[in-house]
Design a protein around this ligand. Structure first.
Ligand code: G16
Ligand code: MG
Length: 219
């Protein structure tokens, strides 16, 4: 039976995917790299440097920049992003998620955070939801980011549960792959075609309920 939940942060709990996009888009504009749908969804869930490489490679210009220049671009993106997230309040928890977290807690289900973001503890604090979670995976301490299973595997360890007793929630393709390869049950939130590898799909965060998940899993 299911005993725990591992949450992605950006796009699942927090309305911050738009800020990542906005901050990267500014860098892309400065570098004269056209912003596309593929970049918009491709940067979801992958770490900061991988996001930059995806953007540079979309125009085939990654080799034009030294490692130092890439670090500087990633830092500039993060400085802008940090400015944007400093405005977050509990109202920026995505629709339905306050209720979902409270329901899981009332049912004694354990929760952890499986985010690729180094800014996760700060964001949880701003949203005032830190107390729901047993722990937060430190993405700088895992070998490989999403789509590798490491982050979601670590989130199950934090819960002290075997992966098959854990449900993982994600809005990105990279994240669903991570959950599945960690041996957990994947819940995709967003476009069902894009997230077709998810075991269960909900179109939006407001559709996610414990009752629906139980029904899907015959639990
Ligand atoms: C998030 C976002 C990604 C971002 C990554 C790293 O992951 O979806 O777009 O690149 O974190 O964030 P930071 O630059 O803050 O370390 P997740 O896993 O929470 O969706
Ligand atoms: Mg996400």
């Amino acid at each position: 039976t299911i005993k725990g939940f591992a949450f992605d942060l950006d796009g699942v709990l927090a309305d911050t995917a738009r800020f990542h996009s906005q901050a990267w888009r500014q860098i892309a504009d400065e570098l004269d790299i056209p912003w596309t749908e593929a970049l918009e969804s491709g940067i979801k869930g992958i770490d900061r440097m991988s996001s930059l490489m995806l953007i540079l490679n979309s125009k085939g210009v990654a080799d034009n920049y030294s490692d130092e220049e890439k670090e500087a671009l990633a830092k500039r993106k993060n400085d802008h992003y940090k400015e944007l997230i400093s405005t977050l309040t509990p109202d920026d928890v995505l629709p339905g998620m306050h209720e979902f977290l409270a329901d899981l807690k009332a049912n004694d289900l354990k929760m952890s955070i499986a985010s690729a973001s180094k800014n996760a503890p700060f964001i949880l604090d701003k949203l005032q939801i830190s107390d729901y979670f047993v722990g937060v995976v430190d993405p700088s301490k895992v070998k490989q980011g999403k789509p590798a299973p490491d982050i979601f595997a670590e989130a199950a360890k934090i819960l002290n549960l075997p992966p098959e007793q854990v449900v993982g929630l994600e809005d990105s393709e990279a994240g669903i792959t991570s959950i599945n390869d960690a041996g957990e049950i994947s819940v995709g939130i967003g476009d069902a075609l894009q997230l077709h590898a998810a075991k269960i799909n909900f179109p939006s965060t407001k559709d996610v309920t414990l009752a629906q998940i139980k029904a899907h899993l015959n639990w």
